[in-house]
Design a protein around this ligand. Structure first.
Ligand code: NAP
Length: 460
């Protein structure tokens, strides 16, 4: 027995040395990319149990290959603004891993976009997409273009120019982008129009998140937020808890946040706060979602305007203050690193029972540790926000078959997928000795699928 334990210990040390060696080389090669390094560290550290048990991954250089994108494309995006002035932005697409299917991942338009951001997102996407059980690889893209304050014509000019370069790297069986921050149905529509015009063919499956009238899937718009709440329902259920009567804080008021709020309210929760990049609104009696939707989706206004229509509510400048509001369930749905260690501790002091990541990497590594050690149910982004890409994959399937499913059919499939993701993350956490740790569980389950496909396909 003791020899057995000793050999396990030796394998664990070997796995640790392997992870360190790979991570050190990633740091050396990508030293100016903090977000990418953060994502790689989070994932590699959590793979230790499986790397210790299965030597084949070490022997076949799986990690070394996984951390290096298959391709990183960077390009000039020239366009003309409403004043007739030439503007130049930078576009990116990272095609990270296609072992289990065509590259799949959203496009982000935000001034903060750079190689580090698209690589962190693309790297995470590999594991997330594998977890969905769908045949999709990992990719991501975007531009440092800031859509705020731009006219509709400027958005179209920019988006068409962006696609004029990007189109040559895409295809329904090659690389299939979708929306992300700053890219919604309008931008996807402009991208699809330009792609179709240049290719001279109607390849509906080249982009997802399209309008319903031209190949989009019912339920895609709601999928990430609703999927997050479906995932949380499974997790809460496992602990004898539910959304019924729970008080919920949601950051952001974009696509993910709005439909997470909608589903949480449908399940009997009271959503007391949400935000945008300027500040947050708080109403202890529960927010009026119709007003939030109109302000953000239709009028594209600031969330601060909400308090003019709802006198009992309050508005505060700045984003991190939202995590000082007492709640049972916190759903960060805005952006990366929005919950740091201090905010995580504050949430726990105020009695939070569960945290579900709607955004990508919204919690810092330190914040995740606080949650995992603090008896909080923690649903990591990779698993919890996979509903969007899952329905994107269903959109690709419908496009391939040239048919359209009903909203009910899509929703039923989404619920099944989110429950499956929860089960496989939980099962992996138990099998690899970290029961209930869904960070490790989802990383391991996603990794295993991709790594096996890479092994089967040889060194490429
Ligand atoms: P979105 O519709 O553009 O909304 C983003 C929201 O977050 C907006 O309310 C925005 O405020 C706020 N925000 C942006 N940057 C911020 C910052 N630095 N600090 C505080 N708030 C900020 O984007 P989304 O599609 O909901 O995406 C939100 C997150 O979910 C991202 O991390 C994205 O990668 C992730 N995600 C999205 C999907 C999807 O299907 N859309 C799928 C998986 C993951 P303003 O209105 O002021 O800009």
């Amino acid at each position: 027995m003791s020899t057995m334990l000793e050999s396990e210990q030796t394998e664990l040390e070997a796995a640790r040395a392997y992870v360190k060696q790979v991570y050190d080389s990633v740091v050396q090669r990508n030293s100016m990319e903090p977000e990418f390094l953060q994502a790689v560290k989070e994932i590699l550290d959590s793979l230790l149990p499986i790397l210790a048990k299965e030597t084949k991954y070490r022997e076949n250089g799986i990690l070394e290959r996984l951390v290096e994108p298959e391709r990183l494309i960077s390009f000039r995006v020239p366009w003309v603004d409403d004043q007739g002035k030439v503007q130049v932005n930078r576009g990116y697409r990272v095609q990270f891993n296609s072992a289990i299917g065509p590259y799949k991942g959203g496009i982000r338009f935000h001034p903060s976009v750079n190689a580090s951001i698209v690589k962190f997102l693309g790297f995470e996407q590999i594991f997330k997409n594998a977890l969905t059980g769908q045949p999709i690889g990992g990719g991501k893209g975007g531009s440092d273009f800031d859509p705020k304050g731009r006219s509709d014509r400027e958005i179209m000019n920019f988006t068409q120019s962006f696609m004029t370069e990007l189109y040559r790297y895409l295809g329904p069986d090659v690389d299939v982008p979708a929306g992300d921050i700053g890219v919604g149905a309008r931008e996807v529509g402009y991208m699809f129009g330009q792609y179709r015009r240049i290719r001279g063919a109607y390849e509906a499956g080249v982009l997802t998140g399209k309008g319903i009238g031209y190949g989009g899937s019912l339920g895609r718009k709601e999928a990430t937020g609703a999927g997050l709440v479906y995932f949380m329902r499974e997790m809460l259920n496992g602990a004898g808890l539910s959304f019924q009567g729970a008080s919920v804080v949601v950051s952001g008021s974009g696509n993910v946040a709005i439909y997470a709020m909608e589903k949480a309210i449908e399940f009997g929760a009271k959503v007391v706060a949400c935000s945008d990049s300027s500040g947050y609104i708080y109403d202890r009696n529960g927010l009026n979602l119709d007003t939030v939707k109109r302000l953000k989706e239709v009028e594209r206004k600031r969330i601060s305007e909400y308090v003019n229509e709802h006198p009992g509510s309050e508005y505060y400048e700045g984003c991190s203050g939202i995590w000082t509001i007492p709640c049972d369930i916190a759903l960060p749905c805005a952006t990366q690193n929005e919950i740091d260690e201090t905010s995580a501790r504050q949430l726990i002091e105020n009695g939070v029972k569960a945290v579900g990541e709607g955004a990508n990497m919204p919690s810092t590594l330190e914040a995740i540790d606080v949650f995992l050690n603090g008896n909080v149910l923690f649903a990591p982004a990779k698993a919890a926000n996979a509903g969007g890409v899952s329905v994107s994959s269903l959109e690709m399937a419908q496009n391939g078959m040239k048919l359209a499913w009903s909203a009910e059919e899509v929703d039923e499939k989404l619920q099944g997928i989110m429950a499956d993701i929860y089960r496989s993350a939980m099962a992996a956490s138990q099998e690899y000795g970290v029961p209930g740790n869904l960070v490790a569980g989802s990383n391991i389950a996603g990794f295993q699928k991709v790594a096996e496909a890479m092994l089967a396909q040889g060194v490429i």
